[in-house]
Design a protein around this ligand. Structure first.
Ligand code: MF3
Ligand code: CO
Ligand code: CO
Length: 280
């Protein structure tokens, strides 16, 4: 299957799905406090998606080849968990950091985004890892324009992570997204400038670097989903869904409560790049 180039109509629907996914992350933020379980976070998000947004949680029962169906509506990955953590009855405690990854389906289209949350006060090390990972995601996004390559994105991310002494997870990557949750192309979070596929206006994909404080090796837990660092070092991840526009990029997973882009991102809302207002 080739890379899907989205039509104007597809893009309008992807904007809606993206915003809704980001709004779930806004909604859940006040619930992330010491004592809450990840299962409770799943429950409130699931109920918000289904009853308030009238969206479908894409992870629930998602079962790619070789996987058992994912049992919950969101992914919650705590501390040394890298990604795909299954919400459960373990309570979060002060100093934990958790990635919440939300994918909604609206009108047949997917929006996929994740953020890091601090439970109470994070350690200096955890805050720094989260901030460097955030900057690396945005440096990757800032590469996006027609004619740039997938290798340009990965390279920007890798340089920022490794120059801070961190490592990039290789086994999981960003992905094309649309009427399917995961489609072509794969967006590697490491690489060399000018290599791999050229970007074309109308492509939509995620940028979602997983960055480890220690070594890059990972392992899968016996639940068949949760990925952890092999050395048990902390891991962080941020994710946006991004459209390639004629002049650059448009981040589709924007919401009122999203964290501001780093100062080095110039036109924060991409109005000039997208050629239209950021909010409909
Ligand atoms: N949202 C994840 C991603 O960014 C995928 C989660 S698959 C699930 O690609 F089944 F674990 F939800
Ligand atoms: Co994704
Ligand atoms: Co995701």
């Amino acid at each position: 299957m080739a890379i899907v180039i989205k039509t104007t109509d597809d893009i309008a629907r992807m904007r809606t799905a993206g915003r809704l996914a980001a709004e779930v992350l806004d909604f859940v933020a006040p619930y992330v406090k010491p004592g809450v379980t990840t299962g409770e976070l799943d429950r409130v998000c699931h109920e918000y998606m289904v009853n308030v947004q009238h969206t479908v949680p894409a992870p629930l029962n998602y079962a790619p080849p070789g996987y058992r169906p994912f049992p919950k509506a969101i992914c919650t990955s705590v501390n040394h968990q890298v990604c795909h953590g299954i919400p459960g009855d373990k309570a979060l405690k002060n100093g934990d950091v958790v990635n919440i990854d939300v994918t909604v389906i609206k009108d047949g289209y997917h929006g996929d985004t994740s953020r890091m949350y601090y439970v109470g006060e994070p350690s200096i090390a955890a805050r720094r890892l989260s901030e460097v990972t955030y900057d690396s995601m945005w440096l990757g996004i800032a590469q996006v324009r027609p004619g740039a390559t997938i290798g340009d994105i990965g390279h920007a991310i890798q340089v920022r992570a490794e120059s801070n002494g961190y490592s990039v997870v290789r086994e999981f990557c960003g992905h094309g997204i649309g009427q399917k949750f995961h489609e072509e192309p794969q967006i590697l979070h490491y690489g060399k400038p000018g290599t791999l596929e050229k970007l074309v206006a109308g492509m939509i994909f995620t940028v979602e670097p997983m960055i480890n404080a220690g070594r890059r090796e990972i392992k899968e837990l016996a639940d068949g989903w949760t990925i952890v660092t092999k050395d048990h070092s902390l891991s962080a991840q941020w994710e946006h869904t991004v459209l390639v526009t004629e002049t650059g990029y448009e981040v589709l997973t924007r919401s009122a409560g999203m964290p501001a882009p780093p100062a080095f991102i110039q036109d924060t809302q991409q109005e000039t790049r997208a050629g239209e207002p950021a909010e409909a």
